[in-house]
Design a protein around this ligand. Structure first.
Ligand code: SAM
Length: 283
């Protein structure tokens, strides 16, 4: 495993991904009944944007930094930015952005006393930091395990309601096919659970294959949302990112349209692209 997420923390794709995740978590808190948050590829949980790695890639400058500079954020985007800034020593007049919280920390902010989280991470260094981060939190279980294997170990959760989030590194060429196998397994074990899968948009033919496989899987209610910041005609660069949501909450498609329409002019300033929100499979 060569992938190190610190190079990408807070980039444009993370901003899209985490905003969508926040929408989904917000929906889950609308009912009093407990929910379980499960993440197969959790990362280390918190990223220092002043580290050598983040400074070297500078990716966050085309992501979270653009939101920080914007003076016209929608309420949803301002709430997201405030959440990110709440992990920093900052004041409204002097926003300082040094720490970018990963998905586990963001998810934790939505847990109520009755809820639970199960986090999995395979990297031997990241898992140490992730365990340290949640050491005193009894609601959050952190596991050093291959996330794809973890699906067999942890599904279905006791709570019955909840979400499983898959955010693999896409280092291996087989990642899309591995995801398809895992999605089918998740559906067998926890058909009522919400499933979110993030993916990078590089070569369009890979994405088309992935979507076709989902459409032929027999699984119902599959929504996809994509935002590109560059035309998707060069396979070796990250042109955009997408999220698949299975069993989405009611009216999520409308909320996603608003969200990505707000994000597009900020993140894709030089190259405005229209977001795509589409049902791959309906009821
Ligand atoms: C894209 S990052 C996750 C970022 C995190 N979800 C977030 O949004 O903050 C992918 C993570 O998966 C880990 N990883 C790679 N292969 C894995 C596997 N088979 N099982 C679990 N974790 C894995 C990597 O070490 C990396 O930390």
């Amino acid at each position: 495993m060569n992938y190190r997420h610190i190079y990408h923390a807070g980039n444009f794709a993370e901003v899209c991904k985490h905003n969508i995740l926040i929408l989904l978590l917000d929906f889950l808190t609308k009912k009093e009944t407990p929910f379980c948050y499960i993440e197969t590829h959790a990362g280390k949980g918190n990223y220092d944007l002043s580290s050598l790695e983040a400074k070297k890639s500078k990716e966050y400058q085309d992501g979270i930094k653009l939101l920080l500079k914007s003076h016209t954020l929608s309420t949803v985007l301002q709430n997201y930015l405030n959440k990110i800034l709440s992990f920093n020593d900052t004041t409204p007049k002097h926003p300082i952005l040094r720490h970018y919280p990963g998905s586990p920390l963001l998810a934790q902010t939505f847990l109520r006393p009755q809820d639970k989280a199960i986090l999995m991470e395979l990297h031997h260094e990241d898992i140490i930091e992730l365990k340290r981060l949640f050491a005193r939190n009894k609601q959050v279980g952190v596991h050093h395990i291959d996330g794809y294997q973890g699906i067999k170990a942890f599904l279905p959760p006791q709570e019955k309601r909840g979400i499983i989030f898959l955010d693999p590194p896409f280092e291996a060429k087989t990642e899309f096919s591995q995801l398809i196998e895992s999605i089918k397994l998740i559906n067998l074990r926890w058909s009522q659970g919400m499933v979110a899968i993030w993916y990078p948009i590089k070569a369009r033919r890979d994405i088309d294959w992935f979507h076709r496989q989902l459409q032929q899987s027999g699984i119902k209610k599959i929504l996809m949302a994509e935002l590109c910041i560059l035309p998707d005609d060069i396979a070796v660069r990250l042109n955009g990112s997408g999220m698949i949501i299975i069993n989405p909450p009611w009216q999520l498609d409308e909320r996603l349209t608003e969200l990505l329409n707000d994000l597009s002019p900020i993140l894709a300033k030089k190259n405005p692209q229209k977001p795509t929100i589409k049902w791959l499979v309906t009821e």
